[in-house]
Write a protein that binds this ligand. Sequence first.
Ligand code: SF4
Length: 443
Amino acid sequence: MSKRAFIKSYGCQMNVYDATRMADELARQGYEMADAAEGADLILLNTCHIREKAAEKVYSELGRLKGERALIGVAGCVAQAEGEEIIRRQPRVDFVVGPQAYHLLPELIAKAQRGEAPVETDLAEDKFAHLAAPQKRAITARGVTAFLTVQEGCDKFCAFCVVPYTRGGEVSRPVAAIFAEAERLVDAGVREITLLGQNVNAYRGPDGMGGTASLAALVERLAALPGLARLRFTTSHPNDMSADLIAAHRDEPKLMPYLHLPVQAGSDKVLKAMNRKHTAGQYRALIESIRAARPDIALSGDFIVGFPGESDADFEATMALTRDVGYASAYSFKYSPRPGTPAAGREDQVPEPVKAERLQRLQALLTEQQRAFNAGCVGRTLPVLIEKPGKKPGQWVGRSPYLQPVHIPAEAGQVGEIVEVAISSAQGNSLFGAPAGMRRDAA
Ligand code: SF4
């Protein structure tokens, strides 16, 4: 009887991608994926360390699971940051594995079955060179859109961020390896690929000809892949938005007009304290040049309110920048001190009620902007990639070029097809419509 493994992922798209690669590696060891922890032979918590709440969630989940008979492993960024401490705090844990060591899963599981409680958090090795390749059946089962990690780690050391400590320095995968993985994805039915990196636009991968390729060059290379309809990338840093990448948004039709470009704050004083290495003015100028290249581009951002030392005037600068840019979507959080990061030890922490009030105001503005962007799509015809069945019978959900979910009637086409949709309404984050020329929509 085949063994069953359950992987629960927290946090970012890269953790989602890593979970698929761990599943591929476990499949090679004879594991089938389970939908729930109960009754599984192996439980893997793929953790996120970005905010306090995220890390604490892991320990409460471990407390809930400790009665299970399965082997329990902790992976991801909390595993990397806390290592042995996890087993000390929760002895029920059988092994701990950091993000760069997933290719060692078979060995770690064998050691854990012998009761050795291994902890592997080495950052050195290139896991991709050893990880099992995804099987066609597995890829097809995951859908017509896929993530593909091209770069990992970060050299920026923003004062609030744990990523450089949990994922290590920037490492870019070779173009040939990325191309081969993309080919496999497309061969299994994937139509849209999102290139991932903690600092994806700092990508500088070996091009196989003795040089290195930028992200723009990689996009151009992948866009030539027959059968691949759409490309996206995330997450970018303003300082690595090179001229060739902006030109790619203008010239490459397969590169979707959607850009996630975190700014975090609008005050130069706070940006300096965060070690973001750019000013609000430079960010505004960058947005202008991106919009000049691709006027219909949808912008998304990340924001932190209540960074230590942030005054009312600093926060108003964030609100002013947000108004000036106008975001189609955004993620915003209260500052959360992370162990080991420079800002965590600052005296001038902002009181929680002040953070909460600022977050509430910023999110109200961002929601207003998102609604306005979606309302601006009503009456337009947009190409929609049909992804999966909707909540209602007879309904498909697809993605617009601006990453909006679009609900359409099922007779519009098949999963994997891109259909021209006349957008008739917008509700919350979603759009509704029907293929141009068809009478009824899916509202
Ligand atoms: S650029 Fe992003 S991943 Fe890198 S340290 Fe800053 S916030 Fe973290």
